[in-house]
Design a protein around this ligand. Structure first.
Ligand SMILES: [Zn+2]
Length: 377
């Protein structure tokens, strides 16, 4: 049985329970991990637990287990929180327009709870709008999340805020949040949710305790099957190696990517072992990879996940070749192996670049050209 029926993150729940029992919760956390593995669900469950009026700090020396670190689901706070994070509120189900921060998430799973605040990037915006954080221009600091967090808690002496889409802070938005992140009001817990550390502004990263979410093969399999996604063992491994995103798993299931992996590895083979001499093969390969990335849809996060998968397949292929060379006895293979190992390193480097804000076509092209130059020079 996993903590509050959230698959695969019991270790993290235990750490929070321990920190709570010792009175050592931080003010600001940054939850990081691939799409769809339960970060938001965990943040909402944690919020409901910490806001519960029946959650008591154990006295010194008293045992405190994960089973005790759960909301009672009966108190006033729990009832107001409801089943948030698990299902969407019915349209028009909100009681009041308490603040701009709440208003935007009318369509999200925002509980009508006076001590809980949820902010996310509206679908039509490229960043989290300033007004959600510090109020619109004409009422700066008189509404928005930072204002909400300066108020007195209603229920349990604590305020909790969850900011989803932390990958999409503008510099201005991040600056507006810095003071609150650095010196959160007493008994305030702020949870930011993003996909990777590299995508966070350094100013944000340095002010939050980072908590990394990931799923092992078994837990990911369970999460997927609960969502009706069935993958072959090979495909499941690919998804894990490419970071473990549930969205990626969903795409793979729809498209039968095993065939694509074969195709990509064939192209790599004919490219690497061709006599070379002109760069057109590298151009073709880069174009093929880019076209595959674009198939993943318009969302940058989906495209990054797809490129991660493709480069992971390329790496797998290159490493296989190195292994094959090592099995050839009696011939001098050191030169070829070195070139292939360089290509592996260059691929790992490209994988790292995906998470920094680099442009994907640029990553793909420079990856293909660099390898081409070293292999075919
Ligand atoms: Zn309760």
């Amino acid at each position: 049985m996993s903590w509050q029926e959230i698959e695969g993150h019991d270790k993290i729940a235990e750490n929070f329970a321990r920190a709570f029992a010792r009175g050592r919760l931080e003010g600001s956390y940054l939850f990081l991990g691939p799409e769809g593995i339960g970060k938001k669900k965990f943040a909402f469950a944690l919020a409901k637990t910490l806001l519960c009026q029946n959650l008591k700090v154990p006295s010194a020396g008293e045992a405190f287990t994960l089973e005790q670190f759960v909301p009672c689901c009966r108190c006033g706070s729990c009832r107001r929180f409801g089943a948030a994070g698990q299902k969407a509120l019915p349209a028009g189900g909100k009681k009041k327009k308490a603040s701009s921060a709440e208003t935007v998430s009318d369509t999200a799973e925002n509980p009508a709870h006076p001590d809980f605040f949820f902010v996310c990037r509206p679908p039509d915006r490229s960043t989290i709008p300033m007004e959600l954080l510090v109020g619109a221009k004409e009422e700066r600091m008189r509404s928005g999340l930072c204002y909400d967090l300066s108020r007195t808690p209603f229920f349990n002496g604590r305020l909790v805020a969850v900011v989803d889409d932390a990958d999409f802070f503008s510099q201005e938005g991040a600056n507006a949040l810095l003071k609150t992140l650095e010196e959160p009001p007493a008994n305030t817990l702020m949870i930011l949710i993003g996909t990777s550390a590299a995508r966070q502004l350094p100013t944000i990263r340095s002010r939050c305790r980072m908590v990394r979410f990931s799923l092992d093969e078994e837990a990911l399999g369970k999460v997927l099957s609960r969502q009706g996604i069935a993958l072959s063992a090979d495909d499941l491994k690919s998804v894990l190696v490419a970071g473990g995103s549930v969205n990626l798993a969903r795409q793979i299931q729809g498209e039968g990517l095993s065939a694509q992996r074969g195709k990509l590895q064939e192209s790599l083979k004919s490219w690497l072992f061709s006599s070379g001499g002109n760069a057109s093969e590298a151009v073709d390969l880069a174009a093929e990879v880019l076209a595959d990335v674009e198939k993943a849809g318009k969302e940058p996060v989906e495209r990054r996940a797809r490129l991660r998968l493709l480069l992971t397949w390329a790496l797998e292929f290159l490493r296989d070749q190195v292994r094959k060379y090592h099995r050839c006895e009696g011939t001098d293979i050191s030169g070829a192996v070195r070139l292939l190992e360089d290509a592996c390193d260059r691929t790992l480097q490209a994988l790292e670049q995906i998470d920094r804000n680099a442009l994907l076509p640029q990553i793909i092209e420079s990856w293909a050209f660099d390898i081409d130059r070293s292999i075919h020079r």
